[in-house]
Structures are given as structure tokens and as C-alpha cells.
Write a protein that binds this ligand. Structure first.
Ligand code: ASP
Length: 464
């Protein structure tokens, strides 16, 4: 039976089998030392001349070879103990060695934090990069955040529900990624920029408390710390209000920090709530960094920004657009009219901010279909297009829609800040480069002619 490295210290005097990678090898005259690494840590293994054949075989070992080693766990002699390793008090004396896989020399070192290595190389060989202690820790930390949030919401009677990836465009202010349909020539699915409409339809369905840890897709121009696909904690509730939603988020994240990050401290609780106007006036930003000491890596300044303007003028497109999205409820919507200037209207919209980053946003939704139609028209849609684009939602709202609202904190950014990392790629297992390429899989890539034909697509040659 296999023993994990973390359990080896409890097995002094016993014969055990370890499996893992050769982390490092040191030759000391007649002895060979191997640091054997598995997911849980490292154990020092000694090969000595008592077992000549095994020693000879061990002399072939190189870093990152995969091995199975049988041996006896011994307490290390005084002075040879390594207090920095959890297993530093013991070592294993090898009796049997089986090489499970040899390995080429990795293209970069794996026993540093990796910040010094060119990112292109790290992303190309991500499966090696992930063997690095720092990245392994980030994967574990991300999993802990997600599982904590999941159980928190389950305790509060939320249901996690999956929504489609192949769907129709939902406006969140970015371009859609699209997937051509083979069965319906000339038609396309859009990948969701968020499950916004589905979660609202789930409210019409009577679910009342929904959440999902979900992938969202937005085709945006390269902007530093963005990814074409990212993960949100998507939440929606019925019969709710802004206060209840912000309190829920505050409770989840306060508990998360208390339970999982006890070394960190929150600058101000309850989280301050600033109106958009106040934030802009006092801090010149709608995502102010409210930390008292910006050098303190354990300080977390959460805040909510509320009362955003509903509309903004898009100069390039010469039309009004929703600051958040069109499904947001407008404050004082009775006085909204199609011909007037909608500048002054505020929305029941809120952003969740942490240390100067926007880490989430949400709103109470407009559930009156006639006002919604008006909003779509103000945004420059013709009446008949509104039905074409959003008819499903407007129709659903005619069948008994509860008032509802929600929010969607971004998991990648939160994990990045909590891990103390400089960018979100460090907390995503397989991220894309800043310009949207997957260097390991080599995506995006070209399609064969046959596949293009099946999809009824023709690639236009670039004009020279
Ligand atoms: N769908 C919104 C977003 O992705 C969040 C929300 O309004 O709940 O930003």
C-alpha cells in the first residue's frame, strides 16, 4: 500500500512504500540522497551500500523521474534533522526502487517561486510549472475558497444550478465569443458573458436562491489583467433588496477570512458603503483602495460602491448604454421617458471592491417588462429588435415574476488578492496569455477545410 509523504513521520520503524517524483538528488560518497516529492510534501530517502543493486539503480535517477520506493522509516540522527521540513525529523532507508517513468530535464527550474522565469515558457509547460510549490499552494487555496463559499451558501438554502454554455448573446458590455452551428447554416451560438438571463429566468421558475461557480466568456481587447474566460460566484435571490444582498456578501467574506485566512485583517467592518458620487469625489475612483497601510500584505479593505448612474453615453457608437447591464432597476423609473436625457438616473446597482480592485458587481433587477422595454429602446434598440433579442425574458416576466436581484463576485481576482499574487494568471490552472493564447495547447488554431465546410464557413484572405 502507498504511504503519502505527510504520513511518513508517523511510521518510524515501519516498512512503507512512497511514490512520487525525484525532487532533488545529492551524492555523498557512497551514499545517494533523494528528496522524494508527492502532492503533500517531501521525504528524504537514503540509498546505502547495504543494498548494492538498489544503490546502483539509484545512481541513474535524475530530477523529475517518477519512482516507487520501498524502505524503512528512521528517525534522523541529531544534528541531521531539518526543522524547516514537516518531515525533517525522519528519512527513509531505501530497500527497493522501481522507476515508473523517466523524465527529460525540465526547461526551467521547479524549486523556486518561478517569478524569475519568462511567462511564455511557464505557460507553454504549465503542467511542469504547476509542480512548483507556490502554484500548488495557489490551486489549493482557490479550492478552499470555492468550497467554503459553496458550503456557506448551501447552509443558507441556495441551490447550485448549471446553466448553458452554448446560448444566445447577453449584453454585459463586451463582445461575444461565438460558436458556429453545423446544423443551422449561418447561425451561431454565443458563449455567455455571464448567466445573467438564465439566473433571472430561474427566479421566474421559483428557485428563489440560486448560485453557481461559473465560467464567463468575454471577447475583450487585451487589457492587462483580464482573461477571455474567468470564473464568477454568480448569485441571484427573489423577494430581496440591496441591503440583504450586500449583507450576504459581507457575511460570506468576513467568515471566509476569519476561518481560512486568520493572518489577514479587514480594515473596516461593516464594509463601508460609498455612493458612486462620493467615491469619485473623495477618491477619484469607483474602486478606491481604502487600505490604511498599502505595504501591509495582510490588510483587506472591502467596500461597496452604490448608487451608480444607470446610463452612460457611448461616444463611438453614439448611443446610451447601461453602466452595469440593462436588466438593472432604475431608481425613480416613473419619470423615465424615451425622449429625455437619461443622464441623471441612478441605478440600484452596487460594486464590490477590495484593495483597489473591482471584485464583483450586481443589481436589483427591473422586473416590469414595460420599463425594461423602454430601457432597451433608450439603449438604441428598435422596438421590434427588442422582442427579437429579449422576447424570451419579457415574455417570462408576463407570467408572475418575483422582484429579484443578485451579484457576481469574481473568483480569480479574489483568489489573486488573497494569495498575494500580482496577477490572476497565477491562480488559474491553465490561463491564457494577456493576448488570449493558450501556449500549451496552441489555441486558437486553424481548422481543416473539411471542418470549415461542415460549419458552412469560409475564411476571408487578409487583404495585403
Ligand atoms: N451578470 C453581472 C456581471 O457579470 C452580475 C450581476 O448583475 O449579477 O457582472
Amino acid at each position: 500500500m502507498r504511504t503519502l509523504t505527510k504520513d511518513a513521520p508517523n511510521k518510524i520503524g515501519e516498512q512503507i512504500t512512497l511514490m512520487g517524483w525525484v525532487h532533488a538528488r545529492r551524492d555523498h560518497g557512497k551514499l545517494i540522497f533523494i528528496d522524494l516529492r508527492d502532492r503533500w510534501g517531501i521525504v528524504q530517502v537514503v540509498f546505502n551500500p547495504k543494498n548494492k543493486e538498489v544503490l546502483l539503480e539509484a545512481s541513474r535517477l535524475r530530477p523529475e523521474w517518477v519512482v516507487k520506493i520501498e524502505g524503512v522509516v528512521k528517525e534522523r540522527p541529531e544534528g541531521m534533522q531539518n526543522p524547516e521540513l514537516p518531515t525533517g525529523k525522519i528519512e527513509m532507508e531505501a530497500m527497493k526502487l522501481e522507476i515508473l517513468a523517466e523524465a527529460k530535464t525540465p526547461p526551467f527550474t521547479l524549486d523556486t517561486d518561478g517569478h524569475e522565469i519568462g511567462e511564455e515558457n511557464r505557460l507553454k509547460y504549465r503542467y511542469l510549472d504547476l509542480r512548483r510549490e507556490r502554484l500548488k499552494r495557489n490551486l489549493i487555496l482557490r479550492d478552499e475558497i470555492i468550497s467554503f463559499i459553496r458550503s456557506c451558501l448551501h447552509e443558507k438554502d441556495f441551490i447550485e444550478i448549471e446553466t448553458p454554455i452554448l446560448t444566445k448573446s447577453t449584453p454585459e458590455g463586451a463582445r461575444d465569443y461565438v460558436v458556429p452551428s453545423r446544423l443551422y447554416p449561418g447561425k451561431f451560438y454565443a458563449l455567455p458573458q455571464s448567466p445573467q438571463q438564465y439566473k433571472q429566468l430561474l427566479m421566474v421558475a421559483g428557485v428563489e436562491r440560486y448560485f453557481q461557480i461559473v465560467r464567463c466568456f468575454r471577447d475583450e481587447d487585451t487589457r492587462g489583467d483580464r482573461q477571455p474566460e474567468f470564473t464568477q460566484l454568480d448569485i441571484e435571490m427573489s423577494f430581496t433588496n440591496q441591503e440583504e444582498i450586500l449583507n450576504l456578501i459581507e457575511e460570506i467574506f468576513t467568515e471566509l477570512i476569519k476561518k481560512k485566512f486568520p493572518e489577514k485583517h479587514i480594515t473596516q467592518s461593516p464594509f463601508p458603503r460609498l455612493s458612486y458620487a462620493e467615491a469619485m469625489e473623495k477618491h477619484g475612483s469607483d474602486k478606491p483602495d481604502l487600505r490604511k497601510n498599502k505595504d501591509d500584505k495582510n490588510e483587506l479593505a472591502f467596500a461597496f460602491i452604490i448608487d451608480f448612474p444607470m446610463f452612460e453615453w457611448k461616444k463611438d457608437e453614439k448611443r446610451w448604454d447601461a453602466v452595469h447591464h440593462p436588466f438593472t432597476k432604475i431608481q425613480n423609473s416613473e419619470s423615465l421617458n424615451l425622449d429625455g436625457d437619461p443622464t441623471g438616473f441612478l441605478a440600484e446597482q452596487y460594486d464590490f471592491v477590495l484593495n483597489g480592485y473591482e471584485v464583483g458587481g450586481g443589481s436589483i433587477r427591473e422586473h416590469d417588462p414595460t420599463i425594461l422595454e423602454k430601457v432597451f429602446e433608450i439603449m438604441g434598440n428598435k422596438k421590434e429588435d427588442v422582442r427579437e433579442k429579449f422576447g424570451h425574458l419579457l415574455t417570462a416576466f408576463e407570467y408572475g415574476v418575483p422582484p429579484h436581484g443578485g451579484i457576481a463576485p469574481g473568483i480569480d481576482r479574489l483568489a489573486m488578492i488573497l494569495a498575494g499574487e500580482p496577477n490572476i494568471r497565477e491562480v488559474i490552472a491553465f490561463p491564457k496569455t494577456g493576448d488570449g493564447r493558450d501556449l500549451m495547447m496552441d489555441a486558437p488554431s486553424e481548422l481543416e477545410k473539411k471542418q470549415l465546410d461542415e460549419l458552412h464557413l469560409e475564411i476571408k484572405k487578409k487583404k495585403k
